[in-house]
Design a protein around this ligand. Sequence first.
Ligand SMILES: Cc1ncc(COP(=O)(O)O)c(C=O)c1O
Length: 408
Amino acid sequence: MRFTYECCDCGKTFESEEVLYQCPDCSRLNDGSTFPKGNLIVRLNKDDLQALAKKDHVDMYDFFPYTIPTPQVYPVGGTPLATPARLCKKYGIKNLTCKLDSALPSGSFKDRASQLIAAQAIAHGENRIALASTGNAGAAMSCAGAAYGLDIILFVPATAPINKLMQSVLYGATVVPVKGTYDDAFALSIAYTERFGGINRNTAYNPMTIEGKKSISIELFEQMGRKVPDVVYVPVGDGCIYAGVFKGFQDLLEAGIIEKLPHIVCVQSKQSNAISQAWKTGEFKCLENATTRADSISVESPANGRMAVRYIKECKGWATEVEDTEIFEAQLELTREAGIFVEPAAACAWAGVVKDSKMLLEKFGKEVSVCTLLTGTGFKDMAAFAGRVSIPEAIENSKEAVIKYFEK
Ligand SMILES: Cc1ncc(COP(=O)(O)O)c(C=O)c1O
């Protein structure tokens, strides 16, 4: 589909056949003192978009600015929509659904962005993609690289969680640990692409990362019988997933396929709440120290914070903050009462639903339809269970031991 770019901050539009990253005017002054400026929004051609309204069924490929080469090579999308019956009953919300993006190829939502970035690279004849990541984005890009035969150069802070890094190493990426922070790794990945070429996939810096993530909303719309939920809960760190989810619904609206946007809720840990606070106070202040144990959403300077705050307002959404203890409770509740196993960052979204459940019923009534986006599998971070669950001791290998065990 034909497209242009628009700066999220100054509104300037750019038409280019080249790969564009940021608005040169707005991004020039970024110095880390406040949320970065100059991220670009991909604007699809209005005529192309509106032509989609004639179709009985749409899929995410209809809405992408690049054609995905042989999608089954790296099968992203089509994730299950669970209806957790026991939790519906427990919280009195009949129409609760959970979108299991934990089932994507590399185990997280980030595959959605990596799919489009791989397509962008292939369309521009590039075989190399560089990025900085501490976890899921790196693993997802490396997974796409293995599937399509692309070279992935991944800059990581040397202190990044080992289990997620190991996944990228296994997929065959060139992993470059940096003695520095995520921001340092980010800057080095840009230095790499400036010197050696290739595509840069840094989250939010490349606008196609947000554009790729919108596929979930289009998929959800069809999965729910061509309807959108009233409320969608999203776990938030940098604000890219939030913006992607918004963009998918916005494209459907602009195409004339839906009539209104859902309320999209930004859920953050109280220990990493920069976007939530910016929405509440109107000030784009970075945090001194983000300390949530949900490492995927631990962010001090949100790379897409300004766009996320704008979109929270545009869809009449809100921000809900939860304690880390509530995230851990939500994680176990999903596991034990719905059979859904997710990492702490994803459980943050469910913790938000739990926290808001009474308010949702009061505000929207008991027919309210609520969808929670569960963005990463629990296998990503088994260490998060240490001290919370334990494996029972072994019994002797005898029938007597079984009887004794169950009679006690
Ligand atoms: C599993 C998971 N959930 C949620 C998020 C938050 O996404 P964003 O940083 O775009 O807000 C991330 C980001 O890494 C993630 O990996």
